[in-house]
Design a protein around this ligand. Sequence first.
Ligand SMILES: Cc1ncc(C[n+]2csc(CCOP(=O)(O)OP(=O)(O)O)c2C)c(N)n1
Ligand SMILES: [Mg+2]
Length: 407
Amino acid sequence: MTVESTAARTPRRSAGTKAGTTGTKRTTSTTKKATSAKKATGAGKSAEPALVQLLTPEGKRVKNAEFDQYVADITADDLRGLYRDMVLTRRFDAEATSLQRQGELGLWASLLGQEAAQIGSGRALRDDDYVFPTYREHGVAWCRGVDPTNLLGMFRGVNNGGWDPNGNNFHLYTIVIGSQALHATGYAMGVTKDGADSAVIAYFGDGASSQGDVAEAFTFSAVYNAPVVFFCQNNQWAISEPTEKQSRVPLYQRAQGFGFPGVRVDGNDVLANLAVTKWALERARAGEGPTLVEAFTYRMGAHTTSDDPTRYRGDEERLAWEAKDPILRLRRYLEASNHADEGFFAELETESEALGKRVREAVRAMPDPDHFAIFENVYADGHALVDEERAQFAAYQASFADADGGK
Ligand SMILES: Cc1ncc(C[n+]2csc(CCOP(=O)(O)OP(=O)(O)O)c2C)c(N)n1
Ligand SMILES: [Mg+2]
């Protein structure tokens, strides 16, 4: 396994901390692949946490005895596909940020820098798997086939979600930090009761890892051997709080105390994220229970468009992470291995611009909702209190008409 310290700020570690963790004992159908990969999460002697990496920041493919097998069948076409996914996701994200700045959206949470973690893990999923995202999983939504324009209604304030979760097995964005880890665990327990072999994945951040909901999800999923993957994007910041304020040990080691494996992957390496997530999903399908994946990455932009990161972090670490850009490293690999030519990159550029235009036009055309619609979905058969609130709201609305001379 290649171990590279990508930490711009090395997490504070307690003495004697080992990289990796113990696995679950309740292995029912351990495949050879899974057994061997589990070693990658085992105790290491190095002082730095182990980091699974298949592509270096320079775009060089490095061998990995445990995880290569999960991307062994990847074709040049697949690699170009991963690149395309990342480029289009970044373009969509940039458009959304601009739309917020132009007053078309109330807020936007950018995924800039986290494309590899999201596309790699998103492309590891099967259609029948179920995803529980935070509010930043635009790349995963893309992989699930959710139209990007549907992600923007909530941020424009014209709907409460914008897509049918069961249409793409992609749950609605969740703002209550960490709560979706419990939703995912409950869903995964249900999958087992149904006798299905699909898996569930819960996305959350480094900050969320401190939430009680996440700890409870870890406990329940371990005890009930639920087929769930906890995919933690450690982007180094929870708004203005650095990861050092979340944990005294590397986050992936948290899993050890709950009795399931944890692994740290280079979050900016799309191949490594694909391989590690496939491994974790395979474990879930094989009845081996939960896995914690810590994708070690970086939030290149602000927490949201309401945040100004220059108030709490310097340029130095951003520049260090820019050198590890996920898109650039795959481009370097594609070019060096002659898997893509200039024509491919030029065509993608045209496609990106077309996506930006489509998103812009779709957002501007979104109709304002009926202001009274919110009262319709509270109770199936209506309720006196809701009627009272509707009447109050109607009076409030009417007061504006009075102020405006009855217009
Ligand atoms: C239960 C709860 N507490 C606080 C907040 C406010 N809040 C919104 S985002 C955030 C930080 C989350 O950080 P992290 O989990 O690292 O995810 P990231 O935003 O970095 O992707 C907080 C505290 C919230 N939404 N929900
Ligand atoms: Mg974070």
